[in-house]
Design a binder for this molecule. Structure first.
Ligand code: XMP
Length: 515
């Protein structure tokens, strides 16, 4: 499988949190895409397989001196270009348009009105109007020669512009996010019809490409794989086994921060489905000792990440590579996947928590994929449904669901409460409808009354969200009777918890986990 001989769309990453969503939309349309950073863009050469260029959004401000521009050689490729948000502004600026800081920030939904027809907007507008997702302060206030206005919003006169002759397009909003209604139509029009690509990319090709990339990198070396029992690390283990067979060694570390009975279940599943070497390490005592009295979320993440690697390095003297199930949302919230200037939100373990000097080289074959894509990949590898549809569980485990100090007592009561919530979700057929659900133990004790006695115990928080990719999420709307049942069962059977609350925030502004 040679990716160099595939028709492709090049995405230049200016550091947006959602650049991979552009790549994902292009993949869904059936076309291969590659994301490159600004420095790679500066040296991009002509190639018959490059069919078009998309310029991403980014956190930089074009009206400030330290902004990145559009490299001349991108224009010299003579290919169609679609600029998104920041990409729209640099395209306009490079070609002679004018940009300024707007008095009003445009953030969130905006109504967009069609002014002229364009191949880019075919089937995009519903009755000449649509709702799009904006996130910017600078605006294009004068368009370059040869361009025309295709659509506008209240705050962006030039919300869509085009030069049909050159096939250059700019959109101020984000067509790649689900909040933009019909956004995928814009990307499809550009990729399939304007860039004239054929539908050649599919799940099988993606699987073959990942396997051949692992083979080429690993050669005859051995790989150690960090297994957690969840969908991501299981898919990674299956892919690596297909690539190198017996040279794969799986290791499952119990960090003492797993859910109730989880270690038994993982070991049972592994034996049943995956006939390969597995080493089980019970390191719960050492993790909990290192986390004693630590309250800072980033410190917790870094301690857990470092300890994981230390244990691995100890067990992995004969290995050169460490494989992990890192996904794109984990990477982007820690740092940009291409080295472009995106903002850091939190250090996801697997990524930001890793020590700078590490003896093992990392293999992260899912680094550019989203959860649902990994599930589809897993299905095509024959992984059982029960594993594929497990809710995501973060590497640092229950540690980031216990804000404040972590103690054995808190972990134990949290495990019980979490088990009850998930059990009730399954009994009510809600588990599959929800993207992720869990219980957190808040650092808050309050007074309650049970029988005729006063209690002074912890508060737990239920969290349940629906999401497509973990990048944005909405809280799930439960019936009162369901919440009541869970609350009663927890307070009646978990000694140590006398109050249950439900988190009704979405992401953004919150994140899915508490820390
Ligand atoms: P947040 O809290 O950032 O979570 O909205 C988004 C998704 O990522 C999971 N998550 C992690 N997964 N290592 C992981 O493997 C981590 O350090 C980590 N932190 C968060 C989280 O459970 C949610 O599904």
């Amino acid at each position: 499988m040679e990716k160099d001989n595939l028709e492709k769309i090049i995405i230049v990453d200016y550091g947006s949190q959602v650049t991979q969503l552009i790549a994902r939309k292009v993949r869904e349309i059936g076309v291969y895409s590659e994301i490159i950073n600004f420095n790679q863009a500066k040296s991009l050469k002509k190639n018959k397989y490059i069919k078009g260029i998309i310029l991403s959004g980014g956190p930089l401000t074009i009206t400030k001196s330290k902004s990145l521009d559009l490299p001349q050689n991108i224009l010299n490729l003579n290919k169609p270009i679609l600029g998104i948000c920041y990409g729209h502004q640099i395209l306009a600026k490079k070609l002679g348009g004018k940009i300024k800081k707007s008095k009003t920030r445009e953030f969130g939904y905006a109504k967009i009105k069609s002014n002229f027809k364009s191949p880019l907007t075919k089937n995009f507008f519903l009755n000449k109007k649509n709702s799009v997702w904006m996130s910017h302060q600078d605006i294009v206030y004068k368009i370059p020669k040869g361009f025309k206005k295709i659509a506008s919003t209240q705050n962006s006169k030039f919300a869509i512009i085009s030069n049909e002759l050159k096939k250059y397009y700019g959109v101020q909003f984000h067509p790649e996010v689900t909040h933009t209604k019909n956004g995928k139509t814009i990307i499809k029009n550009f990729v399939r019809h304007i860039c004239k690509t054929k539908k050649m990319w599919n799940l099988k090709k993606q699987k073959d490409l990942i396997i051949s990339e692992i083979k080429n990198r690993v050669k005859d070396q051995r790989v150690i794989c960090a297994l957690s029992g969840g969908v991501d690390s299981t898919v990674v283990a299956f892919l690596i086994k297909k690539a190198i067979g017996k040279k794969l060694q799986c290791v499952f570390i119990n960090n003492g921060l797993l859910r109730k009975k989880e270690e038994n279940e993982v070991l049972k599943n592994f034996k049943r489905n995956f006939k390969s070497n597995l080493k089980y390490i019970d390191a719960s005592r050492i993790f909990l000792t290192k986390l004693k009295n630590i309250t800072d979320p980033e410190a917790k993440r870094k301690i857990i990440g470092k300890l994981f690697i230390k244990l691995f390095e100890k067990k992995a003297k004969k290995f050169k590579f460490l494989a992990q199930g890192t996904l794109y949302p984990d990477v982007i919230e820690s740092k940009s996947v291409t080295g472009s200037p995106s903002s850091k939100i939190k250090s996801h373990h697997n990524v930001g928590g890793l020590p700078k000097k590490m003896k093992l080289s990392l293999i992260e074959p899912l680094k550019k994929l989203f959860k649902d894509e990994v599930r589809k990949l897993g299905k095509s590898l024959g992984i059982p449904k029960g594993i594929l549809h497990r809710h995501p569980f973060p590497g640092p485990g229950l540690a980031i669901r216990i804000p404040g100090k972590i103690t054995k007592y808190k972990i134990n009561i949290l495990k019980e409460a979490d088990f009850i919530f998930i059990d009730e979700l399954k009994k009510s057929n809600l588990y599959k409808k929800i993207w992720q659900a869990y219980v957190a133990l808040l650092p808050l004790k309050t007074v309650g009354v049970m029988g005729d006695s006063r209690t002074y115990e912890y508060t737990c928080m239920l969290r349940a969200v629906i999401s497509e990719d973990g990048m944005t999420a909405d809280f799930f709307n439960f019936e009162k009777s369901f919440i009541q049942k869970v609350s009663n069962r927890i307070t009646n059977s978990v000694k140590g918890i006398n109050r249950v609350v439900y988190d009704v925030t979405s992401k953004p502004p919150s994140t899915i986990e508490l820390e």
